[in-house]
Design a protein around this ligand. Sequence first.
Ligand code: PMP
Length: 441
Amino acid sequence: MPGHIFGRSTRAKLPFAVGGEGCYLIDAQGRRYLDGSGGAAVSCLGHSDEKVCAALHAQLDRLAFAHTGFFTTEAAEALADRLVEEAPEGIERVYLVSGGSEAVEAALKLARQYFLEIGQPARHRVIARRQSYHGNTLGALAAGGNEWRRAQFSPLLIETSHISPCYEYRGREEGESVEAYGRRVAGELEAEINRLGPETVMAFIAEPVVGATAGAVPAVPGYLKRIREICDRHGVLLILDEVMCGMGRTGHLYACLEDGVSPDMITIAKGLGAGYQPIGALLCSGAIFDAIDRGSGFFQHGHTYMGHSMAAAAANAVLSRILDDGLLPRVRAQGQKLDAALRSRLGQHPHVGDIRGRGLFRGVELVENRETKAPFDPARRLHARIKTAAMEVGLICYPMGGTIDGRRGDHVLLAPPFIISDDEIGELVDKLAIAIDRALV
Ligand code: PMP
């Protein structure tokens, strides 16, 4: 029977997913796939979490939907309270949306409105980093630094310029200390603000640990603190995009807590709903909220499904699992084991250039030549071959291609559920090693 749905690939023949059990997805043929990447860092609790399912059933029996223009709900209020309680200092307000791009879109509009309301209307420019991804809606796409994604939709709605990512494996020069490297790349932000004119720049946006586009690349220690200082010196807002790396993925509820940095805004999504419901959130400082509250008193934005009761109920249960059931220390412990297993199995592999990450957010970068770090020819589409080979051996992982400018190798992102067992870590690494070798043939 021909299907009428189309996804990103109009030709792909995908298996039908019919069930999920713990860390495994099951297809219509009964094949089991170990979910080594949570799809794209979504399924942080695996696929049949009893507490989340029970919370959803209970919410559905009470109330599915009440429009936020007329009502608030216990589920939404409780969620916002818990998110703020655990957030970095200064973060005081929560705007609930339905996904990552919506959260970033809201952040950009809130930044713009904030500067209009405080009488700095010239601040409209955004600075981001090359090769970054912040979502696919037009504003979020405009912020991102992936030239290939941007090109066909240009001119984009927001004027954005891009500086170097903090990417130690390829960026740090020989003899340069990690500290000096962090200072040098962060310094690019200051140079760019000065080049554009500080009075025209509204925000800098970055992922604390870069996910999909780089394969779990953390900023070097001290980098984000330096970025914070530069933003403060020039009155620029710091937006940290934790859509992928947030919600415990790195072993801390918000990844930036580990860096000791308080941004002006944080965006979260994926792990917040853990795949049980579509939900995202923009968190902002009390200062931004107060300025708008004192001014027009109205954020010029909104979506019909924002603050949805079912989504909020799922997120409350997810947060409770993460925070009350001891999953953060577990992420740190299992993350260490995953890192050790990857290093032991793949550390000496002739085509593995780098293994990196934090918590249960790990990346493996593949290179043609370990000495020169030369990436594979993109025409070889190694990442796509790894994805296919992994599915054949029953593993879901998230490989991505090297960039068009050839400055980055293909990589595989790993983001398994927080409940992953030691045996499952072993299975994940075994299957990944097999898939890489099959793809390299
Ligand atoms: N920001 C980051 C860092 C992401 O990884 C993603 C999704 N990959 C987004 C934003 C967009 O989120 P969504 O796909 O939920 O719109």
